[in-house]
Design a binder for this molecule. Structure first.
Ligand code: RET
Length: 238
């Protein structure tokens, strides 16, 4: 069997490796902290751990795949997102539940996130020729989620759920608006010929590498950051 080594100039493989370690460490942290988390917040912190754990397993696989083939592990990237993004929606639901969030709100968030991801997947794989159209549909679903957490039901419920929940929701809303906006940038970088006439990286291999680095950085910020906001909330509110 061939022994694979990360070349010192292989930043893609390096970010996959660091991503795997960071997701693993975050999962251990959230799971071990469950024991001294107030019962009221335990499910939320558990979900934070599940998000980073699911990502850790996918990153472990994607890291190996990328090192062995040099390609983007697009399929497993999207499997990871389809599992973890709805769990982030669950986090919004859980923290606003005591202020009266209904299950229909959770379904709205989950449905929008599935539309966002499935259309993104089409644009990246099955129907690359129409990647602009898929990107626009995906972007619309993304803005709907951002709307819900900034001005819609999530924001309104958070206002009545107490000061700490309101504060945490505001920070999470920033994650959605700024942290999640990094992903469409990765999508544009990785699209052959560019999007909307934006040709950021001309060479197709370099474009897909740039996309992977951007996605890996975004995942670390968003998955671990989201979890830490929930964790902080669980320590501030009792
Ligand atoms: C843990 C993974 C997360 C938080 C993934 C989030 C992914 C997105 C917000 C992706 C959004 C996209 C668009 C808004 C348009 C282009 C296609 C996507 C799927 C990259």
């Amino acid at each position: 069997m061939e022994h694979l080594k990360i070349a010192s100039d292989n930043y893609v493989a390096f970010t996959f490796f660091i991503g795997t370690m960071a997701m693993m460490a975050a999962s251990v942290f959230f799971f071990f902290e469950l024991g001294n988390t107030n019962a009221k917040w335990r499910t939320s912190v558990l979900v934070s751990g599940l998000i980073t754990f699911i990502a850790a397993v996918h990153y472990y696989y994607m890291r190996g795949y990328n090192l062995a083939t040099g390609d983007s592990p697009t399929f497993f990237r999207y499997v990871d997102w389809i599992l973890t993004v709805p769990l982030m929606c669950v986090e919004f639901y859980l923290i606003t539940k005591k202020a009266g969030a209904k299950i229909s709100l959770l379904w709205k968030l989950i449905l929008a996130s599935l539309v966002m991801l499935v259309t993104g997947y089409f644009g990246e794989t099955i129907d690359r020729g129409s990647s602009v159209m898929w990107g626009v549909i995906s972007g619309a679903a993304y803005f709907y989620i951002a709307y819900l957490v900034w001005f819609g039901e999530v924001a309104n419920l958070a206002q009545t759920a107490g000061k700490q929940v309101a504060k945490a929701t505001r920070v999470l809303a920033w994650f959605v608006l700024v942290g999640w906006a990094i992903y469409p940038l990765g999508y544009i970088l990785g699209t052959p010929g560019g999007l909307f006439g934006i040709q950021l990286v001309a060479d197709p291999a370099a474009a897909s590498h740039a996309m992977d680095i951007v996605y890996n950085i975004a995942d670390a910020i968003n998955k671990i950051g989201f979890g830490l906001v929930i964790y902080t909330l669980s320590r501030n509110e009792d």
